[in-house]
Structures are given as C-alpha cells and as structure tokens.
Design a protein around this ligand. Structure first.
Ligand SMILES: *Cc1c(COP(=O)(O)O)cnc(C)c1O
Length: 430
C-alpha cells in the first residue's frame, strides 16, 4: 500500500494489530499482568524509561495498546491510551495538565458525570472550573479565562443537550490563551467528526458508547493530536516541561517530544491511579470498532427517520436532533459532521412529565435503560432518572427540560422502532 493512508473503514477493521508470519490473524488477548525479562538490568531500564517495553499491565499491555493505536489512527492523532471508563479518560485528560491552584473553562451543557467531576471532585482537589454558554460570543467566553487557566473543554455533541460545538471558535479561544482545547468526541465518533482537523488538541472518549457499540464494556480513551506546543507555554505546564522527580528528573517534552502528553498520562497517572481496562475488555472494544463505520451511518439514518416521525405526531411538543433541518444546531452539524451526527435525539411530549413516564412504560421494543449509543434502541427520562434529585427549576438551569426524553436510536429495522413508538403514544393517549 506504500504511503497511501487507509480510509476510516479500513482503519476500523485492520488497524492496530498487524500479525507477522505465523501469528494470530485476530488481535490476541494478552491476559497477563506481567512480562518476562532475561536480566535484572533489562528490567531496570524499563523502570527508568530508558527503554520501552511491557513489564506490568497497569502501565501498558499489548492488547490495550493495539486498540489505542487504532483509535489514534481513526482520530488522526499521534498517540492514544485506553482507560477503564470515560470518566477516567476525562479525569486523566484534565489532571495531566492541571493541579491544585489551576483553573479550567468548560462548556456548561455537558455530560452530567463530567459536570460533577469538574464542579465537585476536581474542585475538592483545588482545581476550579468556570462554566460558559458555548453559544456565547468569543469575547464573552474569553472573559472566563484567568492567568491560571490550563484548558478549555467541550463536547463535540453534548449529552443530553445535543448541542453541536463550534470547534474552530473554541480552538481559537483556547489558543489565544495559550491552552489546549480538549474535546469529548463520544457521540459523533471519528466516523462523523474529526475535531483535530478543526483545531482541537486533545480528544477524550467514552468508548462505552458507539465505539464498543454493544453495551458490553465500560471504557474510555484519550487521544493526542501532537499539535499543542507545551514548550511554548512552559510556565503554564510545568508537569510536562519541568523535571519529574519520580523518574530521576526526566522532562517529558524533552524525552518524548510530541508524545509527551500521552507518555506522562501513562507512566505517571496510570502508574499512580491505575484506571486500566482489562485486556479482555479492550478485545471486546476492538470487536466493536471493527464495525463502527457500518453502525454509525445506520444509527444516523434511523435517528433521522424517527426524528421526522416524532415531528409528525400531534402528541409531540418538540424534537431536538441536529440532523433535522430547522434545528438550532443544524448549520454547525452540516459544517463539522456533514455525514450525520449520531443516533441520539431528544423530544418532549405535550402531556408533560406524567404522560412521558406512562409513554415510556408502554414501550416494548424500546427499553428503559441508563445507557445511550448502543445497538439497541433505548430511552431515558432524565427528570425521573439521572437528574431525579433536581427540581423543575434546577432542571431547566442544567439545560434539561422537565419533559425531555432522551431516545437513543439503535440499528434495528426502523419500521419496528416506529411501530413501537406509535403503539406507545396511542396507548398512553387512550
Ligand atoms: C457516558 C459519557 C461519559 C462517561 O463515560 P463512562 O464510560 O460512562 O465513564 C463521558 N462523556 C460522554 C459524552 C458520555 O456520554
């Protein structure tokens, strides 16, 4: 194939694991905590990072690394690491460049778990976050920055608000302040959106969602574009640009160049915090990735059909899906993800909260589960489930309307999904 760059579909199927003569065709599960060496000196060099090699699965494992390499290639990044959950990926992505006394600017409408991580847990560690309205002007968002700000964060499509990020605008703001833009690209996946091409520096994923795609394994990933110049802002990022005493004074940017960020997150954060996925889960994630390029378009096609159908029903008050013409985020979706957004949409029913609950109870094929973005169509009512401790006023503040139903459209035959919604709406009205 020479210098030809394979297309995403080929990367999904084949990247990461290239067997040599007589080796297994399929990525093996290296279900081993440890790796053997012949001499004590060989092992010592690994601990000093003088040589690279596997020695303990908490730091690195060949199965995990093969899957990380596939995800890096899909995103167009230079290096990646797997984590045991999307939450761990977000935490490591921030904590790798922030410590007590630092500050983050984040879009306000983001996944609830990430919001809590920033607003509650990182705050306890002395890292403060200012939340901004992502549709505000550049000047307004810029006002949230402080001298100690270390990162700008947002989701390419926010969960569950379904806002599409203006990635170029956010990249401009981040870079004007000498900090990286970190984008959670879980919902569109690199099949539909590649944030690095629009200026993002670091990408995070909950691989639990479309990448696994079958709801078998919780997992996460961090990908580095290799584009952010840490040395140019050396005072802001001492963790990368100053000696690490736990490795005899090694400086990550000097020793590892463009791989400094992922190397530090691996050999320091993973060493000390340990949120590593099991090689078996990485293997399952890889099976999911092998069909990502087939599943994502089907999710989008089905979701658009369902969104249009819901719009046509008199019981439905509103439908929010960036793939729909007329949606407030349609234009940004056309720019950043012209082939489709994702399979998740939100809608409200005219009957309000009580009607919504009964509607969901009447669904048969569509299941009530705390999950999104897998092969099976599922539904959640945040006001009754994930956000049930909030009052109606607090819900609106959090960007979750009390009547909001989140529907994650799967890859079943769409006719059956429509039939189920139809019978449930009819039964609830009766
Ligand atoms: C689910 C999700 C997460 C958290 O991932 P887990 O794998 O559940 O830890 C982070 N970001 C987004 C956008 C998500 O949907």
């Amino acid at each position: 194939m020479g210098k030809h760059t394979p297309k995403p579909g080929t990367v999904c199927v084949q990247a990461g694991w290239t067997p040599k003569k007589g080796e297994p065709r399929v990525l093996p599960i290296y279900q081993s905590t440890t790796f053997k060496y012949d001499t004590s000196e060989q092992m010592g060099k690994l601990f000093d990072l003088e040589e690279s090699g596997y020695f303990y699965t908490r730091l690195q494992n060949p199965t995990n690394d093969a899957v990380a390499a596939k995800i890096a290639q899909l995103e167009g990044g230079i290096s990646a690491m797997l984590t045991s959950s999307g939450q761990a990926a977000s935490f490591y992505a921030f904590f790798n460049i922030c410590s007590a006394g630092d500050h983050i600017v984040s879009a306000a409408a983001i996944y609830g778990g990430t919001y809590n991580l920033l607003a509650v847990t990182l705050k306890k560690l002395g890292i403060e976050t200012t939340f901004v309205d992502q549709s505000a002007s550049e000047e307004e968002i810029a006002r949230a920055f402080r001298p100690n700000t270390k990162a700008l964060f947002a989701e390419s499509i926010s969960n569950p608000a379904m806002n599409v990020l203006d990635i170029e605008k956010f990249a401009r703001i981040a870079h004007a302040h000498g900090v990286p833009l970190i984008v959670d690209n879980t919902f569109p996946t690199p099949i539909n959106c590649r944030p690095f091409e629009w200026g993002a520096d670091i990408i995070t994923h909950s691989t639990t969602k479309y990448m696994d795609g079958h709801a078998t394994s919780v997992g996460g990933a961090i990908v580095d574009s290799g584009n952010f110049d840490w040395e140019a802002h050396a005072d802001k990022f001492p963790g990368l640009t100053r000696p690490d005493e736990s490795y005899h004074g090694l400086v990550y940017t000097q020793a590892f160049g463009k791989n400094a960020y992922i190397t530090k997150a691996t050999v320091q954060l993973m060493r000390d915090l340990g949120a590593i996925p099991s090689p078996h889960n990485a293997f399952l994630l890889n099976l999911g990735l092998e069909t990502l390029h087939l599943r994502v378009p089907r999710h989008c096609e089905n979701a658009l059909t369902v969104a249009r159908y819901l719009q046509s029903r008199p019981e439905v008050a509103w439908v929010h899906y960036p793939g729909l013409e007329g949606d407030p985020y349609h234009e940004l979706a056309q720019k950043y993800m012209p082939n489709g957004t994702c399979g998740v949409l939100t809608f409200g029913l005219k009957g309000g909260r009580d009607f919504s609950v009964r509607f969901m109870d009447n669904l048969r094929l569509v299941a009530i589960v705390t999950h999104v973005a897998d092969a099976r169509t599922c539904v959640l009512h945040p006001a009754s489930h994930t956000h049930r401790q909030l009052s109606d006023e607090q819900l609106i503040e959090a960007g979750v309307a009390p009547d909001l139903i989140r529907l994650s459209v799967g890859i079943e035959d769409v006719d059956d999904i429509l039939l189920d919604i139809d019978q449930a709406l009819t039964a609830t009205t009766r």
